[in-house]
Write a protein that binds this ligand. Sequence first.
Ligand code: SER
Ligand code: ZN
Length: 514
Amino acid sequence: MKYYLEVQFTLSGPLPDESKEEIEELLKLFAEKTQESRDKGEFEFTQWNTKDNKLDITISSIDSLTPHVAVLRLRKQLAATLGKKYRVGLRGFNFVKYTIETELEDKPVKEFSLPLVNKLEFFEKEGKNYAKLDIDPEIEEDFVEKGAIERIVRRVGEKISKQHYGAKSEHHQISWYSGEKKHFTDENPTQLMQKANWIQRTNYRNQWILTPTLTTLAEALKQIMVDYVYEPLGFNQMMIPKLVDWSIWLRSEHAEGIYQGGFEPYFVVQPNSADPEYFEEIADYITITKTIPSEKLAEKVSAPIGGLSYAQCPPFWSWLQGKTVAKESLPIKVYDWSGPTYRYESGSAYGFERVDELHRIETLFIGSPEQTKEIGMQVKDKLRVIFEEVLDLEVREAKVTPWWLQQSAHEDEMDSAEDLVVGTIDYEAYMPYRGKREESEWLEIQNISIIGQKYPKGFSVKAEGNIELWSGCGGGSFERFLTAFVSQKGLDKNNWSEKFLKYIDKLPEPVKFH
Ligand code: SER
Ligand code: ZN
């Protein structure tokens, strides 16, 4: 990699002449040390000068220390030298010009641009491909400190590899199968439930009314989860917030994958002012016209402050954020069904198996690696019992691309020690109306994951005595459970398993319409 940087430091005042020799010496030493510490590459301060309260330095580097890192280190050394002896302070720095040339593994399929890069060019030299980046001189100092330059360079490669190979292909490996089960229908479950008035579409996209009949079934499923999973394994119920601000999705890395193929959130905005006068005009308009002045309204609200809960567990982590969990409190085992979660399902209207507003139950556990692995396996075994024995469903388990990698649109970045155990298992149910077992698409109804250190790290959570912290979680929606169930067993209670019926005292008669 080849770098060229012109940087300008701003000083609290002009430098006295006698300081110049010292600066010269400091730079010389810095360059020498840099050269010595590496067996290859070239690092050089090509020139420097100072005028008024400015100090300009030009750095060129080939396969050696990056100039911006040199600037960050130099800043400290200069401040120490100049401050003590000459009482001149360092106010900050800005880039005048920063170009980076980096070799590429592949030629880009098509040109693109990147934030904080003013110019991005691609060229070939001696059969090799390169990118030349002009970093935006306005880039904030703290972005440079926190690794933005490194991430810009990495992003160039990532985007090109995505152009060639597309998004990472989804991993799917079946690891267990219940075997064939008896089916009582081969009709579309959404249509069956609609015709029976168990569910009804609302005016809003992929949102449904869950009638008392269907809600009774959902309640039965909840109770089954409690009796078969949560009670025996010692999980406690809690209520995780359902409005998620950006700070959470930044830490969970969901924000980075926004609308990139795995994370499609509903956004939340705030009013610019809650003063009645501010909205009076809007209220009058609605009163008179009985319509909503959407555009005017949009002017009176903020940019999104975050969104509605999407993956359920990320907002849990603000509870533990920055804390050290006592050893005696580990493992933490909780579950939540305190409210719906939301996903913007693009495309046309879907059935009950793919809804924008879904009612999920989330299972979450945190502990040492051993505890987390053990709990993950226990939950998996119990879920298997629920699906296979209690509901008598034809289901299978498949090892799939972990949900957090899909949602954050990140390349695989687990370390190899975690690789063996960290991952997601999906439960999938056969849907007879979709066709043959071997050819049709099965429905994902639940996942269970061992996530490793990702969340404790992302939210800076520690454990007493430096125990390594891992987490795991699982989610399943009642919409999916019931779609799968009806798709195999139909609506007639006589065909439902005894173990399930035990949880239903009385199924409310659907309301009829004329
Ligand atoms: N958080 C996990 C998911 O989004 C499990 O609920 O799938
Ligand atoms: Zn989760």
